[in-house]
Design a binder for this molecule. Structure first.
Ligand code: SF4
Ligand SMILES: [Zn+2]
Ligand SMILES: [Zn+2]
Length: 333
């Protein structure tokens, strides 16, 4: 946050700026921010999702995109943008999907924001809950974490978000299957991406890093690939744009977030960016290059598809992580 209160003029017109981009040296007003967000995200959407003129399947059904929405600003901008760019196409179907984790005081109001926005845009809205998936409510999962840690070595030290992340991926895959989605669009912004890259790299997890979305160049059999059209847009710009456009979104944070590894990473990325503007872009460019090299080094990196004996989801083990965790939870109830 700058300490000066003077409002700077937009670098492209004379209106008051709403954001400053230290990495580009520009100030942007609401209108020029909107056109810039649109330009960056539609270019990225085209790169990540190459749709033919007629994207319908052989049976005539439309190409389906499940847009994962949370009620927060990022997915609100994503859904609006997708609706603007491809919402009119008759060969493409957009569906908004919200996962209900079962978190008191957080999910109910944000889910309503998501539902409202989908309604405004005339987009079909679907939800799927952890309870329906037999994981139980996330609030109850959190209460059982200490006991699970005592009973299972593998569960030791796992935090709320470790469980929630596994459950969310599984729930989203199930929702995608249910609605027949060809691809899933996620609202990750530049900060989210930079944080994920840093977290994977600091744990030495190159494989995980190269598997980060977008997946359209290296799809895995049986899982709807993820696209992330907002990945080059900083969180602050998404936030300013969501407010400028009057999008309904929920401001609250998940009560289980504090203490998560992402919080540390968030602070590190913010610190890097303020010292070296452009650092977040640099992290993302680096991972794209590493991914390219990785694909060259392992051209047929066979996605040997192994399926969970319990749920048939893709996993490298006999029983997938989600089913393992579900088992731990069931032992306690
Ligand atoms: S902050 Fe963690 S527990 Fe809360 S919704 Fe996100 S992943 Fe789940
Ligand atoms: Zn302007
Ligand atoms: Zn399973």
């Amino acid at each position: 946050m700058g300490s000066h209160l003077m409002i700077e003029p937009c670098s492209r017109c004379r209106s008051n700026a709403v954001v400053h981009q230290p990495y580009s040296g520009q100030h942007l007003c609401g209108q020029h921010l909107a056109s810039s967000v649109r330009k960056r995200s539609s270019r990225e959407l085209r790169l990540q999702l190459e749709l033919p003129k007629d994207a319908r399947h052989e049976d005539g059904s439309p190409y389906r995109i499940l847009v994962a929405v949370s009620g927060g600003k990022d997915s609100a901008v994503l859904l609006t943008m997708m609706s603007d760019i491809i919402g009119q196409r008759r060969d493409v179907d957009l569906i908004a999907g919200c996962i209900d984790e079962g978190i008191d005081g957080y999910r109910a109001p944000s889910l309503e924001c998501a539902r409202e926005l989908a309604g405004r845009l005339g987009i079909r809205f679907e939800t799927l809950s952890y309870v329906t998936m037999d994981f139980g409510r996330m609030d109850e999962v959190v209460a059982k974490i200490p006991v699970m840690g005592e009973r299972h070595d593998e569960a030791k030290g796992l935090m709320s978000c470790s469980f929630c992340g596994v459950f969310r991926r599984q729930t989203l895959n199930t929702l995608a299957q249910r609605v027949g989605a060809d691809v899933i669009a996620l609202g990750h912004n530049l900060d989210d991406m930079a944080q994920s890259i840093l977290m994977n790299l600091q744990k030495g997890e190159i494989d995980r890093s190269v598997r980060l979305a977008p997946h359209t160049q290296s799809p895995i059999d049986g899982i709807a690939p993820r696209i992330v059209p907002l990945r080059w847009i900083p969180e602050q710009e998404i936030h300013a744009h969501a407010i400028q456009s009057g999008l309904p979104f929920h401001h609250g944070e998940c009560p289980h977030a504090p203490g998560a590894m992402r919080q540390q990473s968030r602070a590190v990325v913010a610190g890097m960016e303020s010292q070296t503007p452009g650092a977040r872009h640099g992290l993302l460019h680096s991972i794209d290059q590493i991914r390219g090299l990785h694909q060259k080094a392992y051209p047929k990196a066979k996605n040997e598809v192994n399926r969970c004996v319990e749920c048939h989801e893709i996993t490298s083990k006999d029983v997938c992580q989600a089913c393992t965790m579900r088992q731990w939870l069931e032992e306690i109830s």
